[in-house]
Design a protein. Structure first.
Length: 312
């Protein structure tokens, strides 16, 4: 089989189906002499006659019938597969796998999911929440989401959203009993709720003010790997918790939680969608990249309209 290619087999099927070299040549877009020579070459390489031909007719030999019965349906499947792949250029379809840390999933990706899938109903989106850094290519993902300091230089990165920040919160009752810290180091004398990543690491709490960076490792009665558990504990008065502002914005607005050390909680760039440098990304990924660009543009327009003098 190594000395035949699909063009050889397609030529044979065209002649076998039409029983006419002229019609087969016309369908194949080649000359009759070229097609006839190709069939002779196939027979010579296989060492068996496939067609009995005279000046008036063409008929399959037994070997030709066997070959047509096996190759004909296979070539039809190949053509159908190629048509399907070509169709993906116009209608993005198939599976799109994205790896992202939980906060990016909860606060940035989650609002996009339903509008994206409604716009592209033939795409199957799979999002895996994972904090630890992985090789997305080796792990079989089309793209990943990370914050800027963890992006590999050989990746293309697309911003997913506006700047974010961490906030330190506690219940009003806890703050009334124990006081509000004035400096990050004051947290060392307080009960604090910590997060442990799946890697086993318990990160420091990092603060920045006027270019000065301070890191502290607070202590407390609860270590959680799930942010919602920690937020609930803070709401119930267990202690201070540092988390993404998006997780507790509503609690702060309602008074269920209060923020402290706000002047030490500076904003940082939001997460980035990243993917390998490719000349032609998979259609489903290309569709998501385009969707993100439009999503961000609509978000900026909404913010502009909400500002005084914005939106006309």
């Amino acid at each position: 089989m190594s000395d035949l290619d699909l063009r050889d087999l397609a030529a044979f099927v065209a002649v076998a189906r039409t029983k006419n070299f002229r019609r087969a040549a016309l369908e194949s877009g080649v000359s009759v002499s070229s097609l006839s020579q190709r069939l002779r070459d196939i027979e010579e390489r296989l060492g068996v006659r496939l067609l009995n031909r005279t000046t008036r007719s063409v008929a399959l030999t037994e070997a030709g019938e066997v070959l047509l019965a096996r190759v004909g349906p296979a070539l039809h499947d190949v053509d159908a597969a190629l048509d399907q792949v070509r169709g993906l250029r116009d209608v993005p379809a198939g599976r799109l796998r994205i790896n992202a840390p939980a906060p990016a999933v909860d606060l940035v990706l989650a609002p996009m999911v339903t509008p994206f899938l409604q716009a592209y109903p033939q795409i199957e989106l799979e999002i895996v929440a994972q904090t630890s850094l992985i090789d997305i290519v080796e792990a079989g993902f089309d793209a990943g989401v990370r914050y800027g300091e963890h992006l590999a230089q050989d990746m293309i990165a697309v911003s997913l959203g506006p700047p974010e920040r961490f906030v330190v919160v506690a219940s009003p009752h806890y703050v009334a009993q124990h006081g509000a810290p004035q400096q990050p180091q004051d947290l060392l004398a307080q009960c604090c709720i910590r997060i442990r990543f799946e890697s086993g690491a318990t990160p420091d709490w990092e603060f920045e003010k006027a270019g000065r960076v301070v890191r502290v490792m607070p202590r407390g009665p609860l270590v959680a790997s799930y942010s919602q558990l920690a937020i609930r504990a803070a709401r119930d008065g267990l202690g201070f918790f540092a988390t993404f502002e998006g997780y507790v914005r509503d609690d702060i607005a309602s008074g269920a939680l209060v923020g402290v050390l706000d002047d030490w909680c500076e904003r940082f760039p939001g997460p980035f969608l990243y993917y390998p440098s490719r000349r032609q990304p998979p259609p489903a990924l290309a569709a998501f990249i385009g969707f993100v660009a439009q999503w961000r543009k609509r978000g900026r327009s909404a913010v502009s309209s909400a500002c005084p003098g914005g939106g006309g």
